[in-house]
Design a protein around this ligand. Structure first.
Ligand code: SF4
Length: 331
């Protein structure tokens, strides 16, 4: 068995076998739907991610019939109520129209694998959207936009991110990890959920989850300890909640080092002393920030080719998402 046979086949993601249905704020696609007739084209989305995903664009403000161009709007706290009003003309109140349009679009979002929102928008901003008082002064508290808020409440486990945060290597990789993991989960459900498939899914994601959160790793294992205690659908849903919460935790160098040390242990009876020392040194240099994660990973994969291990070879830790999407400078 070779590594290319056992790591996931990237062709799966390029074909319809494991479709990734990504909802996006339409302006990120370069569509000229913004209030001023412009767009917010997201280069990473169009240049890198596009070949791997099926895109469904959403523009709640156009759906609400506000037109292009249209008056700019913002969130306002008026009489303890959240309203959406005109930035220049606070008498313009589109709260109900925008809520209705967002509710409708939310229904169309079922079946998505993830969502990429446009930051700062009173409709699509995922977080830290400014809220103003009646006189137009910004309040300290921020919140999510009307549409993004509804999506996240209706689909709490859906991997979501904002365009601006994709510039951060860690946040981008975190989003991609959750997105591709969720796509694999949806693929498993399509095949038919059963105990064997659920256990295999967990088995393949163990080290990936450990790299993000040791506590969620333990909790996930416990949640699958007795698969006869409840209906499998209930257990699977509980497991998925733990998994997605765990993957949302940042995988730091310290956590990755812990995983790499674990993985190194698999080769302790195979490697020459000098190779063992070289691997340990490389892991420590990675821990100190002197090398990217790809360095020890590539060496581990190299050893795995020489000393195959059925369990290690199927770990998504080695390739949580296609290498073409990876950032060279990521931790
Ligand atoms: S941020 Fe959302 S509402 Fe605003 S233009 Fe983009 S898609 Fe439309």
């Amino acid at each position: 068995m070779s590594l290319s046979d056992t790591f996931y086949d990237e062709q799966d993601f390029l074909s319809s076998q494991t479709p990734i249905n990504l909802g996006v704020s339409a302006c990120l696609m370069g569509e000229k739907v913004r209030y001023d007739g412009g767009h917010k084209k997201c280069d990473f989305l169009l240049d890198k991610l596009l070949p791997w995903v099926n895109i469904t664009p959403f523009c709640p403000e156009v759906k609400a019939g506000l037109g292009i161009p249209r008056p700019a709007i913002r969130l306002a706290q008026i009489d303890s109520e959240l309203r959406v009003v005109g930035t220049k003309d606070s008498q313009l109140d589109v709260t109900e129209t925008l809520n209705r349009a967002s509710d409708e679009l939310c229904q169309q979002a079922s079946g998505l694998t993830g969502f990429l929102f446009c930051a700062k928008s009173p409709s699509c901003g995922m977080e830290r959207v400014k809220v103003y008082d009646e006189k137009g002064n910004p309040l300290v508290a921020t919140r999510s936009g009307i549409f993004a808020d509804k999506i996240r409440h209706q689909y709490p486990l859906l991997p979501c991110e904002e365009n601006g945060r994709l510039n951060d290597d860690l946040l981008r990789n975190s989003f991609l990890t959750r997105l591709f993991c969720f796509a694999r989960w949806q693929a498993m459900l399509r095949e038919g959920l059963n105990a064997a498939r659920l256990l295999e899914f967990h088995s393949r994601h163990k080290y990936l989850l450990l790299a993000h959160s040791q506590s969620h790793y333990r909790e996930a294992g416990k949640s699958l300890a007795n698969l006869k205690s409840q209906p499998i659908e209930v257990i699977a849903q509980h497991y998925l909640c733990i998994l997605m919460a765990g993957l949302a935790c940042v995988a730091t160098r310290k956590k990755h080092t812990n995983v790499l040390m674990h993985l190194q242990g698999y080769f302790k009876n195979h490697l020459e002393k000098s190779d063992k020392t070289a691997l340990t040194e490389m892991i420590l240099r990675y821990q100190q920030g002197l090398l990217p994660l790809s360095s020890p990973i590539e060496i581990l994969k190299h050893h795995l080719r020489h000393y195959p291990d059925d369990y290690l070879q199927i770990q998504y830790y080695f390739a949580p998402f296609p290498a073409q999407l990876n950032s060279s400078s990521v931790i």
